[in-house]
Design a binder for this molecule. Sequence first.
Ligand SMILES: Nc1ncnc2c1ncn2[C@@H]1O[C@H](COP(=O)(O)OP(=O)(O)OP(=O)(O)O)[C@@H](O)[C@H]1O
Ligand SMILES: [Mg+2]
Length: 330
Amino acid sequence: MSEHLLVVEDLEVQYEVRTPDGRQVARAVDGVNLHVDRGETLALVGESGSGKTSTANAVMRLVEPTGGRIVFEGRDLVALSGRELRAMRPRFQMIFQDPFESLDPRRTVLDTVIEPLNIHGIGADRAEREALALKALERAGLTPPARIGARYTHQLSGGQRQRVAIASAMILEPALVVADEPVSMLDVSLRAGILTLMAEMRDRLGAGYLFITHDLSLAWMFADRVAVMYLGRIVEEGTSAEVIDSPAHPYTQALVSVIPVPDTGGARERIVLTGESPSPLDIPPGCRFHPRCPLYRELGEPERCRTEDPELLPLLSSGTARRAACHESH
Ligand SMILES: Nc1ncnc2c1ncn2[C@@H]1O[C@H](COP(=O)(O)OP(=O)(O)OP(=O)(O)O)[C@@H](O)[C@H]1O
Ligand SMILES: [Mg+2]
């Protein structure tokens, strides 16, 4: 049995889409491999359209993967029956990007947080569930809990709503939390508070987090490890410090080059990616990044980059669990 809390192997998510040329298949997630350990945060980082949400939704079993395995606490979630999956549900929970959409506006805050207890039959009676919910609200910084609990979710601000969403995910004491851009819709001034809350919850429960963000500097702040996603694949993975201090993959290098450097006030040399923004309807052959890769051009357009799909392999020089999918980085 795997030591890891979550192991994702060769995950694929495809969508059939209608285009002017007829039906086509979008390979949104095209062979993703990653793992999350207990108590740690893995950030999944990438541009819009790289397949982050599709990966998250597949792990949560909200979309059907077209291939691969999702092994959580030693069991393959893809192979479970509906009933077995429901029994596992409290163990893995999701926090969504948009707290305006993810909460029912006609419910009170207290009922919102009690609902997961009702669904999973936790607590002996209404009074016990209410007590658990009030405690969860308090832990989420929603105080006084009785007063906030009586409000309707539509009466709350975005930051408060996200706290309610966090409270109702965490009340089940999950082992895994998948958070899809949990602060990107919130005012910048509220973000640190929400992230601190999420970190406290993680540490209290020893939960593993799959934390999705398009913001590499946020990943660096919040996550232990980072996996960089490009066009449906992980192209680089390592500890946050390693990946950001010395990115190995040319795509990561480009992402890192646009992070402001606060200490010096100066900028790094900015690497501007050229070429068309990629589409999962038409993934380039060979290395999927080669049409936009500065290194490919610098090296005189090696044939291998156009013909061989690079695997995500350990970097020999690192001596750690660092991996990259680039022919030139090994
Ligand atoms: N239901 C769907 N039907 C068809 N195509 C889809 C569907 N959902 C996503 N896609 C496509 O799959 C690709 C990956 O989308 P996804 O939402 O997973 O990316 P993302 O990395 O989360 O992007 P963002 O940063 O914008 O949230 C995109 O090209 C998107 O257009
Ligand atoms: Mg997304």
